[in-house]
Structures are given as structure tokens and as C-alpha cells.
Design a protein around this ligand. Structure first.
Ligand code: B12
Ligand code: SF4
Ligand code: SF4
Length: 266
């Protein structure tokens, strides 16, 4: 068992992934998410990968901050695929990769804002961190500057232990940094408040724009199609979902002083 986990760990870290943890499906507890069995019958474990966000998340330019996230998300795809393929072809277990965020199910009303697998709960089950005051996971080394993906497997792997202590000190900087007040109620992120600020060119803006467009005169329509809002929505349409806010994530002091040699730098 230890050898199997070690072999997987070496493979994952060899891809340039920053950290990896293992969880038995039995230790994954996310009350609002579907059961893992309903997504992948026979699944026994999760390989959870942690990808460190670089300091561009602090940039005052939302374009550069978002670009860093896009780079990272693009890196997660081949990494996840290669781990899933390694599990299938070298270790003999079927494998299912879990994406950073999308695709999501928008057709089932109770699943709006609920991923197939909750990667925060998966990361916690795999010993990769603890919930912070901002309701996202704080990794002991990278702080909040970390995103996750996972690969579900039928391998019997025991869960890694949790961090010795919760890295979150409860300082409250993340909550105060949120310009939308989305974190004001402890233990709950107000999704609409967060989205209004963090995805200004997301679905809600698009619906409002096209509703106004339908009722506008031809001259108004022409002006609308030349407006900065339309250009930004058009850009979001081909780039994909874009976050223009990283404040709760960047405000957290944990992990800011991480040095190169503490990373899995290759
Ligand atoms: C939908 C979604 C959102 C929604 C949130 C909806 C929600 N309530 O979960 C919105 C659009 C608001 C959002 C915003 C952000 N997101 Co988001 N999001 C997701 C997504 C796709 C699904 C989450 C999900 O399934 N939620 C439904 C269920 C599981 O949530 P829930 O149980 O109701 O959630 C609450 C509980 O978990 C509660 N909680 C439960 N137990 C405990 C225990 C304690 C002690 C505490 C304090 C809280 C707590 O906190 C949650 C807050 O409401 C995940 C990817 C994924 N597949 O997991 C990313 C994900 C959660 N997002 C992430 C990030 C980084 C962000 C943002 C920083 C945006 C950005 N710029 O990147 C903000 C942070 C907002 C915040 N501080 O909470 C990361 C978090 C990484 C991390 N370090 O934990 C994830 C995991 C993506 C990834 N692959 O890494 N997100
Ligand atoms: S991403 Fe921005 S708007 Fe959303 S909770 Fe964090 S600080 Fe608030
Ligand atoms: S900013 Fe402070 S309260 Fe928020 S997660 Fe980091 S340590 Fe915890």
C-alpha cells in the first residue's frame, strides 16, 4: 500500500504538480454533493492534486490575474489526464478525472453551484488542508493560493492524515478583503454576491444584456454592440468563465513567504 502511494506520488510530482494527497472514498463527506458511487460505481479512492497559484493573483490588473489562473487551469488538464491514464494503464484500475470547475450541470436546479465532486471536501479528506474563515481550503505551505483537481480510482488507498493544525489563524483579513461582503456570514459564501463581483461578464450579465437588447431600438442596439460591456462579454464567450476577483485568496498571509526550494520545482 505504502509503495503504491509512493509510486503514484512520484508520478504526480514528476509532472510538476505541487502537492498530492490520497483519500479513501469513505472519508469524503460533502453533504450537498452527489455520492461518489453515483458518479463512478466501484470507486474506492481519490488522488487529489494541489496546484499553487503564482503571485499574479495579487496583480491590480484583473486581466493578468485571470491570465495566471487560465495558465494554471490549462496545466491541470494534461496533468489530470496523465494521472488518470497512468492509473488505468499502469495500475490496472479504471479512473475518472475531476475538473477544476467546468463542465458543470446547469440543467438540474438543485445542482446549481454544486460540482460533481466537491474538491474542497476531497482535499480535506486527503489531508491537503483545512477550511479557512473564507470557506476555502488553506494548504499548510501554499495557504489559500491553491486550486485542486482529483482522479477517482478503484484502488484501495488509505487517507492521508490531516495537517497537524489548521493553518488558518482566524485573522479575518480574507473576510474584510471581500468587496462584495460575500463572506460576512460565517461558514457560508453568498454565491450571488461573489459572482456579481468576481464574474462581471458571466451569465447574469449576458442575460441582462440580451434582455435589454431585445427591447432596444435599432440605434440603441447598434450602440450596445459597440459598448465595452459587449466586447468584454464577447471575450468571455470564447475564453470561458473568467474570475476578476482573487481578493479573499490573495489577502491570506499564509504561504506568502513560501520559498522556491519548498516547492516541487522542476
Ligand atoms: C460553485 C463554485 C463556486 C461558487 C460557490 C458556491 C458554493 N457555495 O460552494 C462561487 C462562484 C461563489 C465560487 C467562488 C470562488 N471559488 Co469556487 N468553486 C465552485 C465549485 C465549481 C463547486 C463548489 C461546490 O460544489 N459547492 C457545493 C458544496 C460542496 O458547497 P457547500 O458545502 O455548500 O459549501 C460551503 C461549505 O463547504 C462551507 N463549509 C463546509 N464545511 C465547512 C467547515 C468549515 C470549518 C467552514 C469554515 C466552512 C465549511 O463552505 C462553503 C461556503 O458556502 C468548486 C470546484 C469543485 N468541483 O469543488 C470551486 C472551488 C471551490 N472554487 C475555488 C475558488 C478558488 C474560488 C474563488 C476564490 C474564485 C476565484 N477567483 O478563483 C471564490 C472563493 C469564494 C469563497 N471564498 O468561498 C476553489 C477553492 C480552492 C481552495 N483553496 O479551497 C475550488 C475548489 C476550485 C478548484 N478546483 O480548486 N466558487
Ligand atoms: S472571489 Fe472576490 S467576491 Fe468572491 S468571495 Fe472572494 S473576495 Fe469576495
Ligand atoms: S486571511 Fe486569516 S482568517 Fe482568512 S484564511 Fe487566511 S489566516 Fe484564515
Amino acid at each position: 500500500m505504502r509503495d503504491l502511494k509512493e509510486a503514484i506520488r512520484n508520478f504526480v510530482l514528476g509532472l510538476g504538480v505541487d502537492d498530492v494527497g490520497f483519500a479513501s472514498v469513505d472519508d469524503y463527506r460533502s453533504p450537498r454533493s452527489p455520492s461518489i458511487e453515483s458518479l463512478f460505481p466501484g470507486a474506492r479512492s481519490m488522488i487529489v492534486m494541489a496546484f499553487h497559484e503564482l503571485s499574479a493573483c495579487e496583480s491590480p490588473s484583473p486581466q493578468l490575474a485571470m491570465n495566471a489562473r487560465l495558465d494554471l487551469m490549462e496545466f491541470t488538464r494534461p496533468a489530470c489526464y496523465r494521472v488518470a491514464r497512468y492509473v488505468e494503464t499502469r495500475l490496472g484500475s479504471p479512473a475518472v478525472a475531476v475538473p477544476v470547475s467546468y463542465p458543470m450541470d446547469f440543467a438540474t436546479p438543485q445542482k446549481i453551484g454544486v460540482g460533481e465532486v466537491s474538491l474542497r471536501h476531497a482535499a480535506i479528506a486527503a489531508g491537503l488542508g483545512s477550511f479557512g474563515l473564507h470557506n476555502i481550503v488553506v494548504h499548510p505551505r501554499f495557504g489559500t493560493r491553491v486550486i485542486f483537481t482529483a482522479v477517482l480510482t478503484q484502488l484501495e488507498l488509505v487517507s492521508d492524515p490531516p495537517p497537524a493544525q489548521n493553518p488558518c489563524t482566524g485573522c479575518g483579513l480574507c473576510v474584510r478583503a471581500c468587496p462584495a461582503g460575500a463572506l460576512d456570514v460565517e461558514g457560508k459564501t453568498d454565491m450571488l454576491k461573489c459572482l456579481g463581483n468576481s464574474q462581471p461578464y458571466g451569465m447574469r450579465t449576458s442575460i441582462a444584456f440580451w434582455s435589454r437588447f431585445g427591447e432596444a431600438t435599432p440605434e440603441e442596439q447598434k450602440a450596445m454592440l459597440q459598448s465595452p460591456d459587449y466586447m468584454s462579454m464577447y471575450q468571455a464567450g470564447f475564453i470561458g468563465y473568467q474570475y476578476f476577483c482573487f481578493r479573499c485568496l490573495a489577502a491570506c498571509p499564509i504561504g506568502r513567504s513560501v520559498r522556491q526550494d519548498e516547492f516541487n520545482v522542476r
